[in-house]
Design a protein around this ligand. Sequence first.
Ligand code: URP
Ligand code: ZN
Ligand code: ZN
Length: 468
Amino acid sequence: MSRTVVQGGLVITAADEVHADVLVEDGRVAALAAHGSHTADGWTGTADRVLDATGKYVIPGGVDAHTHLDFPFGGTFSSDNFETGTRAAAWGGTTTLIDFAVQSRGKSLRAGLDAWHAKSDAQCAIDYAFHMILSDVNEHTLKEMDLLVAEGVTSFKLFTAYPGVFYSDDGQILRAMQQSAGNGGLIMMHAENGIAIDVLVEQALAEGRTDPRYHGEVRRVLLEAEATHRTIQLARVAGAPLYVVHVSAEEALAEIAQARDKGLNVFGETCPQYLFLSTDNLAEPDFEGAKYVCSTPLRPREHQEALWRGLRTNDLQVVSTDHCPFCFQGQKELGRGDFSKIPNGMPGVENRMDLLHQGVVEGRISRRRWIEIACATPARMFGLYPKKGTLAPGSDADLVIYDPTVEQTVSAETHHMNVDYSPYEGKRLTGQVETVLSRGELVLDRREFTGRAGHGQYIPRGTCQYLI
Ligand SMILES: NC(=O)NCCC(=O)O
Ligand SMILES: [Zn+2]
Ligand SMILES: [Zn+2]
């Protein structure tokens, strides 16, 4: 039996902050006890390893519920694969991620899932699970949804955006929602009116408005709010819960808040880019704005305040990254002269825990809320709790020693994601991940990577544990 003791730290979970030592046995949390209270039991005497967390936080590993590794999009593939992406996640204190397997049009869900296992199995440094993107809702795929839920792929992403690619019409969305109401699955919605957006894209290009900033202008706030409203009503008709991904606009958040006020099982996720970046970045000259092209798009600054408020009031429950990196050189450049050809997506899997901690430093959220939105709730939402998302006896020993005092400057020069820029270049942050355990194994040891591809295990998930 291997034993590790993490001693001297402040243990923070979504529920508590306690000065406690943590005993890890065979990859799981075995016990927590007040500092020093266990010496008579010989914790440290019999430990194989003692990690000193004095003056530091001891927190659960992050759960990033929205990543796109090795993802085919915009005529290219996202630049992090499962090896590089999970390694970067570990550097940033994330120990579980849920990636999106893709059903290709005309193919089965099973074929999509098999393809994602082939990309990821034996590649990952941390544990991982899958959602399924539905690109083709039909009689066959509806039946397959039941099989996937039974085997641990319990959430399905649908799009009102990207006509001709991932887009589903209202009838298809309703049918998938009805199916999930019956099988316990959770529908995740990319809510933007893609049909209307395509009209505005065509008009913008015809008028010579081709720069990256027009990506933000045509993807109007009202078109996010409209699709959010519409899909919430469809979920009500189906009697299904709904999780709206990457909420960026105050008006869309208002639709979610209104639904939640009615007591509906409607949930919202936002991402660090919407909390820290804005249309000012999209407007950067010399095509630099392309670095910030993602969908839903970045919004004017005022929306950031509304999103932070939504995180405080629990109208938004989860912060994920939507990590979908494309290099500036050779990938974002595909859209020079036509913003609609810029591959949509931004990097961030390594930065999420630190950026949200900055929210703590700036007094926007509490320490426990930090852990709730980044670890505990994503685990609950997607059927991984309490194995993941907390530090309690029996939980996986996915644990981070976090130094809240270190000053760091974010840069592509020093990050570990396989992408040639950082959207947060030069940003000063207080706090940094120091040491990371994944199921009791050291994967980051005082800022030295000690993990390995293949350590990460695929985790079949249960159904949503967050329903009213
Ligand atoms: N978000 C983004 O721009 N790219 C990834 C695909 C998606 O999540 O819609
Ligand atoms: Zn999306
Ligand atoms: Zn996404």
